[in-house]
Each structure stands twice: as structure tokens, then as C-alpha cells.
Design a protein around this ligand. Sequence first.
Ligand code: 5GP
Length: 191
Amino acid sequence: MRELEEKIAREGKVLPGNVLKVGSFLNQQIDTAFTMRMGEEVKRLFEGREITKVLTVEASGIAFAFAVSVSLGVPMVFAKKHASANVSGDLYTASVYSYTHKTSYEIVVSKDYISSEDKLLLVDDFLANGNALKGMIEIANQAGAEVVGCSSAIEKGYQGGGDELRARGYKVESLAIVESMENGLVFRTQK
Ligand code: 5GP
């Protein structure tokens, strides 16, 4: 998505440890109108596929996933990062290794919100090594739900997570794919 690439180039900051900071429009301050356009683009990329719910992980995936779910006209569910008092009853759980925090955490979803009837689109703000998406795939598998595909706003292609999931047969659509950040941002050409 050209508009997203331009925004990353203009507003993104490359931090030590290969972290791309886009707090000005996606991760802290949210450009809401632009985020809704990203949601429409994801709808276009998954045209013709039946999707019953969008699944993401709190907190940074929620704004993008919300926009995607509005454009698709289906509910959005977010996995919580720790079992807490307001997630009760039977849970699906998966362990996710965080690239940004260098530690593992549990993601949990109440069994009330995903079932074997669901056809899920798994969504996140960033796709790097693919661990967050793999955790969501694990939760979909526990529920017996179908994974229709995965979508991220920004994929860091050189970390390989997206291509690994594509090789495993998943439809993975990212709105911008950064191929390198070392000497200025380079994006992968997409159709
Ligand atoms: P993965 O699990 O694919 O390795 O990483 C995806 C998760 O890590 C996303 O949920 C995102 O929050 C975080 N993440 C990974 N790389 C970056 C990055 O360069 N910038 C930001 N802001 N978040 C990242």
C-alpha cells in the first residue's frame, strides 16, 4: 500500500535492535482515518473469502484489527496477554516469544468467543519472526477454527516470519513489507 510506505518513510524511526517505531500513526498516536483505509485494503486483499471473525493480540494490534473488522463487517476478538480476573472460565492459551521484549508471554482467549464454526483472519500491527501469528494459529487450532489467512500492517520481510508462514501454505498479506532498514528503508515490491 503506497500510502503506508510513504508514511513509514516519512514518520518511521529505526531504533537499535531492528525495531521500527511508528508511534506517530499506528502504535501510540493513531491516524484513525488512515487506519480505516488500511482496513479497507485488507478487505480488498481477502475479497471472496468467507471470514467470520478477526483475531489479534492486545494491545498494539487492536487499532488495525478494529479497522479490518469494521471493513469486513465482522466482530474482532483480541487475545489478552495474561490470564486476568476479567478473563474467566475455559481458555485457549498459547505461549509467544516477544522479539521486542526478548521474553515469552502467554496469550489467552476465552472459549466463549471462538469456536469450530469460525473462519478467522489473524491480524497484527507488525509481522517480524511470526511468533505472535503462530500463537494465534495455535489458538485457532485449539478451537478447531479455520485460519483463512493472516494480515499485518507492516512486515519486516528480512526476519522471515511471513515467508515461513507462506511456505506453510497460509495466505499472508502485509500492507507494506520492509526488506531492509540498514541504509534507508527498502520495501518489497508487491502486486
Ligand atoms: P513477531 O511475533 O512476528 O516476531 O513480532 C510481532 C510482534 O512484535 C508485533 O505484535 C509487534 O507488536 C512487535 N514488533 C516486532 N517488531 C516490531 C517493530 O519493529 N516495531 C514495533 N513497533 N513492534 C514490533
